[in-house]
Write a protein that binds this ligand. Structure first.
Ligand code: ATP
Ligand code: MG
Length: 584
């Protein structure tokens, strides 16, 4: 890219980084971090954040750390840590030896808290959770000072040490920053710095019974790691004042926090708190359900890191919140798979066809092109024989107008094979259901063309019955019927001692689970696949001709039970939406 193009393409975060590099603010260093809380699987919203942080580091010759923000022992688990590591690696990013945990800094954070107390900038408060909320005021009403606000440094030191020693029960006391109860920014109204929580931590065990709050932990962790640009999502904007306050008061190295808009997607939810409800409520098969917007779910569905990065690149980074059509994500996947997926034949709802003039016991090996989009991809052999399967939907006894597929007396092409003509229909005498078609083939049309130049309107995919593999195939629809209701996202500072949200903004969200699509998955069994798919591996995309892109399910597929997931259909619904948006 020419320099000018590059500058024009620069988003505001990168522009900021370049500006700081130009002025030498951080001595030209670029050091970012991605700070997930290990309380759930990463979703594609997180991918927006870590893609930005790792990419910026890469682009400017800097480094990006992975740091687990593990200050909430009751909700965090090692399973999540391992999964987050695997997911970011799968996306193609690496942090070298810079894998950190906020809990690594508990000793230093405690020292910083003591320093704040000594500076007269923090105090131990005995207000209960409810009282604290009452004293805090509202957006339109100033807060009131806590009656414990003017405790002496010595008294505060003594009490805080006793908090640490485990002398007090959960929720009985907190350490609070002494800032300004009249601040228009509620985050500055003497926020909690430490809370008492007698709970085992996944890394520090029972060493601590007081835990630092998010805002205090985050800025200082950034400072300790000498982060230059601390990029986070927009809900932290009102917390930047607090981020800056702690670092200024403690007179330590001071990174720049930059906020960008969260990614929202239609027809799904991007919030761990909500995703966990789907998992625990049994509404999905797990965090890695192929319908889930988690990285693990997308991977299982057949998404590629390239498609996800392409999507994130198109979405870009800006300040204004937007909700992106999920169809754009699907479009990016289709684009990517189109170039790389091998074309194969699979019959999802089989109808048996007997070709009566084809010699019994004969099997031909026909050539099939692997991918017309990829010049390097070669051909493979597919067997053809007297009994084959076609798609049930490709036959109509009474074909409506514009139905160009098979019907009694009609001739169609079998892809890579011959022309066949339907001569007779066999029905189940009890139900009247069509169970078999009797056809003839024209031996002159091998490869799919008639020497006499006659044309057929329909081309069908098929598989030879004897060699076919049996498989289960899952077709997915969107998780939600419509967009979930808007909801305020609460950053960690608003958590109470037991990790529950306590601010006014935490009004109970409307129940999005009412919107869950009851038909988000269709499981088809007894599907018939061409035999080359016996060696299909999870992670390898296939295009089932006329049916979409599919990949082996890495969880349920095993020897004796072949399971495929549809990654995405063939029809590009995004093109239509984009056109309508352009017009509107
Ligand atoms: P959730 O709301 O899903 O629980 P979170 O913000 O609590 O997400 P964290 O583990 O704290 O999850 O997030 C790690 C980082 O990812 C944060 O810097 C956060 O700003 C960012 N992030 C989370 N969700 C999104 C999103 N939808 N779009 C962009 N960035 C996000
Ligand atoms: Mg968070």
């Amino acid at each position: 890219m020419a320099k000018n193009d590059r500058e024009r393409a620069l988003d505001f975060v990168r522009a900021r980084v370049e500006e700081d590099n130009r002025t030498g603010r951080f001595d030209g260093r670029v050091q970012t971090r991605f700070p997930p809380e290990p309380n759930g699987y990463l979703h594609i919203g997180h991918a927006k954040a870590f893609n930005l942080n790792f990419s910026i580091a890469e682009e400017y010759g800097g480094l990006c750390n992975l740091r687990f923000d593990d200050t909430n022992p009751t909700k965090e688990e090692t399973e999540y840590v391992d999964q987050i590591v695997a997911d970011i690696h799968w996306m193609g990013f690496d942090w070298g030896d810079r894998l950190f945990y906020a809990s690594d800094y508990f000793d230093r954070l405690y020292e910083y808290a003591l320093l704040l107390i000594r500076l007269g900038k923090a105090y131990v408060c005995d207000l209960s959770q409810d009282e604290m909320r009452e004293y805090r005021g509202t957006l339109t009403e100033k807060g009131r000072n806590s009656p414990y606000r003017d405790r002496s440094v010595d008294e505060n030191m003594g009490l805080f040490e006793r908090m640490k020693a485990g002398e007090f029960p959960n929720g009985s006391r907190t350490l609070r920053a002494k800032i300004d109860m009249a601040s228009p920014n509620i985050n500055m109204r003497d926020p909690v710095v430490y809370r008492i929580l007698h709970a085992s931590h996944h890394r520090t065990g029972d060493e601590w019974c007081i835990y630092p709050m998010y805002d205090f932990t985050h800025c200082l962790s950034d400072s300790i790691e000498r982060i230059t640009h601390s990029n986070c999502s927009i809900e932290f904007e009102d917390h930047r004042a607090l981020y800056d306050w702690f670092l200024d008061e403690l007179e330590v190295y001071h990174p720049q926090q930059i906020e960008f808009a969260r990614l929202n997607l239609t027809r799904t939810v991007l919030s761990k708190r909500k995703l966990v409800r789907l998992v625990e409520g049994g509404l999905v098969w797990g965090w890695d359900d192929p319908r889930m917007p988690t990285i693990a779910g997308l991977r299982r569905r057949g998404y590629t890191p390239e498609a996800i990065k392409d999507f994130l690149g198109r979405v870009g980074v800006a300040k204004t919140p937007t909700t992106i059509e999920v169809e754009l994500l699907e479009h990016c996947l289709r684009d990517d798979l189109n170039a790389r997926a091998q074309r194969v034949m699979a019959v999802l709802r089989p109808l048996k066809v007997v070709i009566e003039n084809y010699p019994e016991g004969q099997v031909e090996e026909l050539d099939a092109i692997n991918n017309p989009e990829d010049e390097g991809a070669r051909t493979r052999k597919i067997p053809f024989a007297r009994v084959i399967y076609i798609e049930r939907g490709d036959f109509r006894e009474d074909p409506p107008k514009k139905f160009f597929r098979l019907a009694p007396g009609r001739e169609v092409r079998l892809k890579h094979a011959y022309f066949i003509t339907c001569r007779d229909v066999v029905k189940d005498p009890a139900t009247g259901e069509v169970v078999e078609l009797i056809c003839t083939y024209d031996p002159e049309t091998r490869g799919g063309d008639a020497p006499d130049g006659r044309k057929v309107k329909g081309t069908l995919h098929w598989v030879s019955a004897e060699q076919a593999l049996d498989a289960e195939v899952r077709l997915f629809d969107h998780l939600l019927l419509e967009a979930p209701p808007e909801e305020k996202i609460l950053p960690g500072q608003e958590l109470s001692a037991d990790g529950e949200a306590i601010s006014d903004a935490a009004a109970v969200p409307q129940d999005f689970t009412d919107l869950v699509n009851p038909d988000s998955v269709e499981v088809l069994v007894g599907c018939k696949l061409e035999p080359s798919l016996a060696s299909a591996e999870p992670g390898t995309p296939y295009q089932f001709l006329r049916k979409g892109y599919f990949a082996v399910d890495p969880v349920d597929s095993r020897a004796g039970r072949l399971v495929f997931n549809r990654s995405v259909g063939l029809r590009d619904t995004w093109a239509k939406i984009a056109k309508a948006q352009d017009a509107g």
